[in-house]
Design a protein around this ligand. Structure first.
Ligand code: GAF
Length: 412
């Protein structure tokens, strides 16, 4: 999933000790691009042929719907991973990240089949493997990686790394691979090489998002629509709260949720839970024996509907009115899908009590980040309220960002 990926976060805003909301994003973009280029020059001598960036993402709504062939609505964050790279002779890839210190080098043998490169470099090797497996002539390359996407916060640091590496290799090799096909390739790297059974949400978001918009994605057909999401024009902000909760068995629980959904679809005789319409939910639930399965199904079916309803409201310019849908999504994740943790629930409750229009956990769960939709001029007050609630419960201070919808992967 998104939690074991590597790149570096030296000057991350998550290190801030107090509740100040990081105000003027995208501030660190130039810095992270400079760090990647400087890392390249230090490590390999000379200048890179180019730099490629891919963002972290937040999912506005639509959680655990992607692998059920359903709907999601993410937007890209102005926190990015940047790869500075050039070609090198032969099938050899050398990768350095500002977090790891020492470069990792691998050749054709290690990318002949999954599993031979491990640790953070597996995300890079996985992309090379997936490209080669799809028949592309991948150029050898030297890569230097810097990142402002915090690790283990559920903001898709691993997808950002995969997408930035993919963008670099496609460009360096002049590969005939349109960007619409990148998400499946990056997902394949993560599923088959790294071994995390994720859906298509994260890779689609970090590749296909557009600045100022949320990405409405049908995960079955991969059809997309860029939905205007102009928070500033509406006098609103999305506050991202990093719960800092230690991840508790996230990988195993994720796989268990996915398996439960697939089992339920099988029992209901549909290809995926997306095929259970909201209007037919009660009838479907009546056909299932155990309460836990019923709750898992109810989350997915109602969450798909909430995505569709959110999209309708955004299309109508009613951003504020999406708040109750976000909060209902959180309740569904907490009570039916059972993927929240106390720190995350505390952040949601404190944000709502301080006047947020809606708040919910974003991402796979068991920790990670919360999004709160707030009046822009209340963002600091809501941030302070969440920080105070954390202090009261003795939790580690949360990280706080203000999110502006940013573009997907591109060459700088
Ligand atoms: C993680 C996964 F990587 C996504 O595919 C998605 O399932 C998400 O959890 C939950 O919506 O980020």
């Amino acid at each position: 999933m998104t939690d074991t990926a590597p790149p570096a976060v030296p000057a991350s805003p998550t290190a801030r000790p107090r509740a100040a909301v990081d105000p003027a994003r995208p501030g660190p973009v130039a810095d992270v691009a400079d760090r990647a280029a400087a890392g390249f020059a230090d490590r390999y001598a000379g200048s890179p042929a180019g730099r490629w960036a891919a963002p972290g993402r937040a999912n506005l709504i639509g959680e655990h719907t992607d692998y059920n062939d359903g709907f999601v609505l993410p937007f890209a964050l102005p926190l990015r991973t940047v790869v500075a790279a050039d070609r090198q002779d032969g099938p050899r890839w050398t990768v350095w990240s500002e977090l790891s210190g020492e470069p990792v080098s691998f050749g054709a043998d290690e990318v002949a089949e999954p599993g031979r490169v491990t640790g953070w470099a597996a995300y890079v090797a996985g992309v090379v493997w997936a490209l080669r497996d799809a028949g592309h002539d991948v150029p050898g390359a030297r890569l230097a990686i810097a990142s402002d996407v915090p690790l283990g916060s559920g903001l898709s640091s691993s997808a950002a790394l995969e997408a930035a590496v993919l963008a670099a290799l496609v460009d360096l090799g002049g590969l005939d691979l349109p960007a619409e096909r990148w998400p499946r390739l990056a997902q394949r790297a993560e599923n088959a090489y790294v071994g995390a059974p994720t859906g298509i949400l994260d890779q689609s978001a970090v590749i296909r998002c557009r600045a100022g918009h949320a990405l409405f994605l049908d995960c079955r057909t991969e059809a997309i629509e860029h939905i205007p999401f102009d928070l500033a024009a509406a006098g609103l902000a999305v506050l991202v709260v990093d719960s800092r909760a230690p991840h508790r068995h996230a990988d195993g629980e994720y796989a268990a949720r996915r398996a439960a959904c697939e089992r339920a679809a099988h029992l209901l005789g549909v290809p995926a839970l997306r095929d259970v319409p909201a209007a037919g939910l009660d009838a479907a639930l009546a056909r299932l024996d155990d309460d836990e399965t019923r709750r898992r199904v109810r989350h997915v079916v109602t969450e798909d509907q909430r995505v569709l309803d959110t999209v309708e409201l955004l299309r109508a310019g009613r951003v504020r009115d999406t708040g109750p849908l976000l909060t209902a999504s959180h309740a569904s994740m907490r009570d039916d899908f059972e993927i929240t943790v106390p720190e995350v629930d505390t952040a949601v409750e404190a944000a709502l009590a301080a006047g947020a229009y809606g708040a919910r956990m974003t991402g796979g769960g068991f920790g990670g980040c919360v999004l709160a939709l707030v009046d822009a001029d209340r963002a600091d007050a809501v941030a302070d309220a969440v920080t105070a609630a954390y202090a009261e419960r003795g939790y580690r201070a949360p990280g706080l960002y203000r999110a502006t919808p940013a573009p997907g992967a591109h060459r700088l």
